[in-house]
Design a protein around this ligand. Structure first.
Ligand code: NDP
Length: 341
């Protein structure tokens, strides 16, 4: 069983020296346990946060521990009546080829059976998985978009962003993306049907000018995946009673001293516009995932939604592949394929 373990905590970017590659024999499950073969792992920006020895919504990964990761796998051996050999499952499998889960770890890993008839392995890590759930509940529950309103989403071509913009369109809104580079912007407009997309890498005034051009009535809902300067530009364009979903701040995750100056300059826009900003953590909605998955799977089936995954092969590439997220090197949901489905 090849595994990737945390060797030491990074100050800024995590590189190969922060990881240990280990091998151990594959064992049989104990009574009530299962052995799962990892097929594909979800690589997430949140992983960077789990490496910090800091209080968060989930404890940090310990030094020497197998790196935490959600993934899709296949049950190879089972001594638990809820799982049969050959079942396809989703759960926190870790960055390793095989996950041996004793009975008490099954619930902690959130192990559930999934139906490949509803979506591919990639889609189960994307629109039907954690990023899709984040986009769905963040946009609909916290953003409460009304038909005709303008929804702006950053990291628009990424995993969460693609679901947010497409859902906004399905719900009758104007969807404006912000993404790095022309290729990503073209894709969200031409393939996903966003009304516009602003390339924030196009030049210093690009975001400000783009918002002015594409959001003439202001921004009713901002789904923030990136924080930093882009957040500040959008705050300056909020409409009356706007809602800002604080989903993530990837532009800050590798900063040793995140958010120098403690927060956005334009926060008083919240006051002027009677707007609100609200944080969300996807796990809070776990009870409602089945309903959201059914709805999103319906959109994938009837063609109203598309999904794009960026699949990289092989456990050994984990350190470099993870870093694609922080440089915009991924185009679509970043997936590490460990074994063929
Ligand atoms: P993505 O697939 O969107 O990948 C990350 C993208 O972020 C990159 O492709 C890049 O796109 C963009 N990016 C990276 N650095 C910067 C930067 N400095 N400035 C602007 N954009 C940048 O990842 P996910 O969809 O998985 O995650 C998106 C966000 O959602 C993250 O902040 C993540 O932490 C958050 N999240 C929060 C959850 C919650 O429960 N609150 C759950 C899941 C995710 P580009 O090329 O366009 O720059």
């Amino acid at each position: 069983n090849h595994q990737v373990r945390l060797a030491k905590r990074p100050e800024t970017t995590a590189t190969r020296e922060h990881w240990n590659f280990t091998t151990e024999p594959v064992a049989d499950p104990s009574d009530g346990g299962v052995l799962v073969q990892t097929l594909s792992l979800s690589l997430d920006p949140a992983m960077r946060g789990w490496l910090n020895d800091a209080k968060s919504y989930i404890p940090p990964v310990a030094i020497g521990e197998v790196m935490r990761a959600g993934g899709v796998g296949r049950v190879l051996a089972s001594k638990n009546p809820a799982f049969a050999v050959g079942d396809t499952v989703y759960g926190t499998l870790g960055v390793q080829e095989y996950a041996l889960l004793p009975q008490e770890a099954i619930q902690r890993a959130g192990l559930v059976k999934i139906d490949l008839g509803m979506g591919t392995v990639g889609q189960w890590l994307n629109v039907l998985g954690m990023p899709g759930m984040t986009g769905y509940f963040g946009l609909l529950d916290i953003g409460q978009p009304q038909p005709g309103q303008t929804v702006v989403v950053s990291a628009a071509a990424g995993a969460v962003g693609q679901t947010v913009g497409q859902l906004a369109k399905i719900k009758g809104c104007r969807a404006v993306g912000i993404a790095g580079g022309q290729a990503k912007c073209d894709w969200v407009v031409r393939e996903l049907g966003f009304d516009a997309c602003i390339d924030y890498k196009a030049g210093p005034g690009a975001v400000r000018e783009g918002l002015k051009q594409h959001c003439p009535k202001g921004v009713d809902v901002y789904f923030d995946n990136v924080g930093g300067e882009i957040l500040d530009h959008v705050l300056a364009k909020l409409a009356r009673k706007a809602r800002v979903i604080v989903c993530g701040a990837i532009s800050q995750y590798n900063n040793a001293n995140s958010m120098p100056g403690a927060g956005p300059r334009n926060y008083l826009s919240l006051l002027v516009n009677r707007a609100r900003m609200e944080g969300m953590v996807v796990f809070d909605y776990a009870d409602r995932f089945p309903q959201a998955i059914a709805e999103l799977a319906g959109y994938l089936k009837d063609g109203r939604m598309q999904s794009k995954e960026d699949v990289v092969q092989g456990l050994d590439s984990f350190p470099e592949t993870l870093n694609k997220l922080f440089a915009g090197g991924n185009f679509g949901k970043l997936v590490l394929q460990v074994a063929a489905a």
